[in-house]
Design a protein around this ligand. Structure first.
Ligand SMILES: [Zn+2]
Length: 418
């Protein structure tokens, strides 16, 4: 083992054996954490989960800071802007002035709201645990933690500085924490993010970018019988907007637009004065994103220039696309070598999904963003983790960080001026 990859694993064996002995502790921890509802909008649940994560990560004996975020805003079904409170970002760091620096990121929020029926873990068999967040990504946070614990115990980390950012708003597009990711990314040489790998261990390669938009059309209300012609029907105008947006599909390779949620109107005998659409767009390149924004601007102008109508577009591309740069490919190759040394085959696959890795890449930080557990069916009540992957994936991250700390990857990873 380890010879084919050209890596001498002997110095790391003590760390790897220690991780193997933590397998049961990791599984117990994910079961406990899965029981805490931490939906992105459940602030008390996020605080509870944040306290648990802070306590667990305090074992690393680094500097700790909880960063409160200002509220974001949200368009209500009636088209008005409302403040949207966000949970904090938790930041841990050690040896910030070390020669080699890694930024590790993850999130403690889930897509499961406080009143979701899916609130607790359940064993499907001896090896598969089903539960909220077990893969995405409470399980991933545990992989990150145990890899760091192993690195800190190794005595080989003097030249490794690490910083951990754990957000509470990833599942709602990192609307508040993105600015912190962008600010911290340039301080590190490599980024490691703990979204789940696919069940077979495949990691995410290039990722599309994503934008969420709320489109609010205002018209003029009128009695449908007595004054129909005085009305300006916002629902009809929105129908035209939806058709125009759907018409963008197929025009440009790799770009998709999904008009998804609508609201509007009050009663059948009133000409509706408000209609609201939520739409998501996915893009492969920054040029694609500009193209979608341009199309939205043309639609806005077309509707707003009509007498009695107004159209407002809220939101934007909160996840830039993540194409794979040469520096990022070099990191992918290093991670594959580390996998090889552990007997794990590491392959990468392009995905339309996106995560914090998109933001780190846009800020110039090469990163691998699916270093968490192996699992699947995320964002559904069938979410599962293959529990054998806890020790397996913690060892992978530990070897990446130990090899990096020892300077074995300097040629591939240490960028000029970084
Ligand atoms: Zn996630």
């Amino acid at each position: 083992m380890g010879l084919k990859s050209g890596m001498d694993m002997a110095p790391y064996q003590v760390s790897l054996d220690w991780i193997d002995r933590q397998q049961k502790a990791m599984v117990n921890q994910v079961e406990a954490w899965s029981r805490v509802n931490s939906g992105s909008h459940n602030l008390p649940g996020l605080a509870d989960m944040g306290a648990k994560v802070t306590e667990a990560f305090s074992a690393l004996d680094g500097d700790f800071e909880s960063i409160a975020l200002p509220p974001s805003s949200h368009v209500t079904p009636s088209g008005d802007l409302e403040p949207l409170p966000l949970g904090p970002v938790y930041r841990f760091q050690k040896r910030p002035d070390a020669k080699r620096r890694v930024l590790l990121t993850g999130h403690l929020d889930t897509v499961f709201a406080k009143d979701s029926p899916f609130q607790a873990p359940r064993w499907l068999d001896d090896t598969i645990l089903n539960g909220p967040g077990v893969a995405d990504m409470k399980g991933g946070l545990i992989v990150m933690l145990y890899a760091l614990l192993a690195v800190e115990r190794s005595g080989l980390a003097d030249d490794l500085g690490w910083e951990v950012l754990i957000s509470s708003d990833e599942e709602i597009g990192s609307i508040g924490s993105a600015a912190i990711l962008t600010e911290r990314a340039p301080h590190a040489h490599i980024g490691l993010t703990y979204e789940p790998a696919l069940a077979d261990g495949t990691l995410a390669g290039p990722r599309k970018g994503s934008g969420n938009f709320s489109i609010v059309v205002r018209g003029r209300a009128a009695h449908a019988g007595r004054a129909f012609h005085e009305g300006r029907n916002a629902v009809v105008a929105l129908a035209e907007v939806i058709a125009a947006l759907d018409g963008l599909n197929g025009q440009r390779e790799g770009v998709t637009v999904n008009p998804a949620v609508i609201s509007g109107g009050a009663a059948p005998n009133i000409v509706p004065d408000t209609a609201v659409l939520r739409v998501n767009a996915r893009v492969k390149t920054h040029e694609d994103a500009r193209w979608v924004e341009q199309a939205l601007e043309e639609i806005r102008w077309r509707i707003s220039s009509r007498e009695g109508y107004d159209l407002m577009v809220h939101g934007g591309f909160n996840r830039p696309p993540k194409p794979i740069s040469a520096a990022n490919q070099a990191l992918f190759d290093v991670v594959a070598r580390c996998g090889d040394a552990l007997g794990l085959k590491v392959a990468y696959q392009a995905t339309g999904g996106c995560c914090e890795g998109n933001n780190l890449a846009a800020a110039g930080l090469p990163n691998v963003d699916t270093l968490g557990v192996r699992g699947g069916k995320i964002h559904s009540s069938d979410e599962f983790v293959l529990v054998d992957s806890f020790a397996e994936r913690a060892k992978l991250s530990a070897v990446i960080m130990l090899g990096f700390a020892q300077g074995h990857f300097d040629q591939a990873l240490m960028r000029e001026g970084a």
